[in-house]
Design a protein around this ligand. Sequence first.
Ligand code: ZN
Length: 481
Amino acid sequence: MQRRPLLAAGLLAAPLAWAQPEAAGTPPLAFRPEDLAHAARLRDAGLADGEAWRLVQQLCNDVGPRAAGSPGDPRAVAWALKSLRGLQLEQVRADPIEVRVWQRGPASARLVAPVAETLVMAALGNSVAAPEGGIEGEVAVYPDFAALKADTLEPGKSRAHGRIVFIDQRTERTRDGRGYGAAVPARSQGAIEAAKRGALALAIRSIGTNHERIAHTGAMRYELGQPQIPAFAVSGPDADRMASLHAGGARLRMQFTLNARSGVEVVTHNVIAELPGTDLADEIVLLSAHLDSWDLGVGALDDGAGVAIVSAAAGLMQRLAAQTGQRPRRTVRVVLFANEENGFDGALDYSRRYQHQPHQLVSESDFGAGKVWALRSRVQPQALPLMGAIAQVLAPLGVGWPEAGRNEGTPGPDAALLMRRHRWPALQLAQNGTNYFDVHHTVHDTLDRIVPAELAQNVACWAATAWLVAQSPLRLTAPPA
Ligand SMILES: [Zn+2]
């Protein structure tokens, strides 16, 4: 997924070209001047708005970690309902969802040979427990996930057979998260491939870009018909240590314990609020984030920031509507999804419940609190001039439209699920994620990582964009498949 240099170089020229009327024939679609002016007002007010910073502080300090089914989950739902009502949004509600959740228990790991050493580790979400007393075994080291997949599937012949598989997959630091996308299958599917080859368990180098001795959790899954083996991640420095011992020719042995419960029945909720539209009120402009977090940190970046950004953006639109009388034509709906981290239960419930409602847009803020640097779309080609016009409004915030007509944007994970299932059009406000995977799914996902001014830049982008999409002269649809 290399970006083409020619397009990347044309950052500002491209939107202008798209927005120009053609010399002859029908003029291209355009926003009304008063809508563009209101978008600029929202943008400028958003930059000065401290609401998102206030919200994320409350969520992290007063609620804290909020994995689905944990004590923080209902507290987060109650907080969200109160906060969205406080922003004067309407139709504020919580849609109940019955889910089966995974619960972490105590776990530990250590090297037994060639040296005795404690490892910093975290169980992966959905991992089965290890038997009482844990598991000890020889370690089969694979430099990356591809190397494991390349090992033989012939029964009993793989190096993995009867051993603890260790995948030393590294995560490349990138602005757009490409490095994470490339590395994460080692976490999500590693146990499937290891089990197919007769492994006892899976250990991975944490999927992350930091060098601190902390482990990154995250969801993994099993395949029907394959044995379910326990799975965990070790910190980067511990992975380095194991890799260098292995490179020196040592045979590694490891022992670990892992307690966890799967399939615990609970009820969680999507929290929803609206700024009702006027003449096109039945068409939905969906701004979303996910309310749940992993249990290790307080979910400041993942995804407290997103919750705060989209809530504050809708709150700002409501406040300016009350002041100026300018209400959106379409309904702006904020959705704070349940259990994105370990099952997408919120997105799946929303998909069932609202599938028949026309969606003008799906979008999600779930990439931390870094500044937005690019607008990307996934809309029908006729709407591209409108996307270019939105990019022009965002340009003073440092936002470009680097891929212009390529139209291959991907919204956040819940919105992407909805986009794929229903062929709903989507927008992505791409954030700078250079440092995001330093803290993602770790004990370091804490409030101090957020720069309030960068959070406000996000609110400015979201409010202006949501407004223009709500006012669009064209009903957006997805690009042809
Ligand atoms: Zn997230």
